[in-house]
Design a protein around this ligand. Structure first.
Ligand SMILES: O=C(O)c1ccccc1NCC(=O)[C@H](O)[C@H](O)COP(=O)(O)O
Length: 232
C-alpha cells in the first residue's frame, strides 16, 4: 500500500474522499447507500486516499474503519478525537495509515508526543490547525500532513466554514516544511476545490460536499474542467 502522503501528492486529483455517517446536526449523509457501495464509488472515482470519521459526534464507530479497511487498499485516514498513544495502536490495528491530531484540542506537549508516537509505528500524522501559531509550533512538519480546518471543531463544525482561512494560512503551511498542505472541511462546490488547488494546496479533504451531491461523477468532472488540462 502506498504511503498516505505519497498517494496524495502523486495523485492527479488530490481529493481525500470521506465517509461520514452524519452531519453535525445529526442529519444522515449516507442515505440508502451502504459502506461497500460508497467505498466502491470513491475507488471508481480515483480517490487517492479515503477518510473515515469514527468520531461519535458524526455517527462514527471503530467498526466502520475496520470495514472500510477490508474493502480497499487506498491509504485511510482515521478522523477521531485522538488524545492517547493507545488510540494510535488501535488505529493501526483497524487499518488506518494516517490519524487526525487536532492542534486546537491538544496541549503542545501532547501534539509533540503523539506526532512522534504516530511516526514510530508507521502512521502519518494528519495535523489539523486553525491558527498560524499552531503551525509554527509543529514538530516534524516535513513528515506530517498539515491541514487547515475551515470549520470550528469546538463548535462541532456547525458553521459553514471559512475557506479564506485556508488562503490566509497557506504561506505559513508552506514555510512549515510539510510536503502536503491540505485544506479540510466546508468545501462544498467544485469551484471552491479548484480555487484551493490553484492557490497551491496539495490536497483537499471533502466529506459532506461529495456525500450530498446527486452525482459524484459530475461533481468531480466539474472540478477537472475548472482546473483545465494537467501537465505531467
Ligand atoms: O476535526 C476534528 O477534530 C474531528 C474530530 C473527530 C471527528 C471528526 C473531526 N472532524 C471532521 C471533519 O473535519 C470533517 O468531517 C472533514 O474535514 C470533512 O468536512 P466536510 O467536507 O465539511 O464534511
Amino acid at each position: 500500500m502506498m504511503a498516505f502522503i505519497d498517494a496524495l501528492v502523486n495523485a492527479d486529483r488530490p481529493v481525500i474522499m470521506e465517509l461520514k455517517r452524519r452531519d453535525p446536526n445529526g442529519v444522515d449523509l449516507f442515505g440508502d447507500r451502504t459502506i461497500p457501495q460508497i467505498v466502491a464509488e470513491y475507488e471508481a472515482s480515483g480517490a487517492p486516499c479515503i477518510s473515515v470519521v469514527t468520531g461519535k459526534w458524526f455517527g462514527g464507530t471503530d467498526s466502520m474503519l475496520h470495514e472500510v479497511a477490508q474493502l480497499t487498499n487506498r491509504p485511510i485516514l482515521q478522523k477521531d478525537f485522538i488524545t492517547r498513544k493507545d488510540q494510535l495502536a488501535k488505529a493501526k490495528q483497524l487499518g488506518a495509515s494516517a490519524v487526525l491530531l487536532t492542534a486546537g484540542l491538544l496541549p503542545k506537549s501532547s501534539i509533540h508526543n503523539l506526532v512522534e508516537a504516530s511516526l514510530a509505528i508507521g502512521l502519518t500524522p494528519f495535523v489539523e490547525v486553525t491558527e498560524e501559531a499552531e503551525i509554527d509550533a509543529l514538530p516534524r512538519a516535513a513528515d506530517c500532513v498539515v491541514a487547515v480546518n475551515n470549520k470550528d471543531i469546538k463548535n462541532k463544525e456547525r458553521d459553514p466554514g471559512d475557506l479564506d482561512r485556508s488562503i490566509r494560512l497557506l504561506p505559513a503551511l508552506q514555510r512549515s516544511g510539510t510536503r502536503c498542505p491540505v485544506s479540510a472541511s466546508g468545501i462544498a462546490q467544485p469551484g471552491d476545490a479548484a480555487k484551493l488547488l490553484a492557490e497551491g494546496y496539495r490536497g483537499l479533504l471533502i466529506g459532506t460536499g461529495l456525500l450530498r451531491t446527486g452525482s459524484l461523477a459530475e461533481w468531480l468532472a466539474g472540478l477537472d474542467e475548472l482546473r483545465g488540462p494537467r501537465v505531467s
